[in-house]
Ligand binder design. Sequence first.
Ligand SMILES: Cc1ncc(CO)c(N)n1
Length: 222
Amino acid sequence: MPGLSERLRAAAAEIWQAQHEHPFVLGIGDGTLGEERFRFWLRQDYVFLAEYARLLALAAARSPDLATMTRFADLVYETLHEEMDLHRAYAAEFGITPDELAGEVPSPTTRGYTDFLLRSASVGDFADLLAALLPCMWGFNEIGLSLAGRAAPARSAYARWIAMYSSAEFTALVEWLRDLTDRLGEGLPPSAEARLREVFLASSRYELAFWEMAWYRETWPR
Ligand SMILES: Cc1ncc(CO)c(N)n1
């Protein structure tokens, strides 16, 4: 029988397929994505990552053992430094000032997604937190690997984006997270797995909604 992570992935297959086919993702892949759309995504994703770092810090706090705690604590650091450094570098390149980046107001989707993640971490247990977190990292890695496997133009502005999310380091991280999820999933009663599936599906839908948000440059009604 496939492990829990594979079972969750199978339940969300259509949502993940829609991510792979999303025009924003395809535009990153072939380098044709318009700068305005990328700028919008970058600013919102910067807001997202700050909240995401909080989620990882809660994961460290709730970790069942020291090895897991250490890995999540490292991840908090890597997110705030390496991943957000990529965003800061892109912002400079695309003419977004540090003040604009820091002062960005979350869109409805960013607000909803990050609140959902932090809700799962604070109201649910450690397994809920993992189920909420998995589509973020795994989805970006899957997309990164898929785009890296195609003949993208070498001088595309988005080559570094693809390189980061398809890197060996990011791929190993996802494998570690899946392994952790699979171990937690052993001997889980069906009712508990059904609950985790709902959490995983909700995060997967938000991941898809995030591309959609950036593509249409979603705003609050007023
Ligand atoms: C919305 C979103 N999900 C996942 C990642 C990967 O860390 C990201 N940067 N942004």
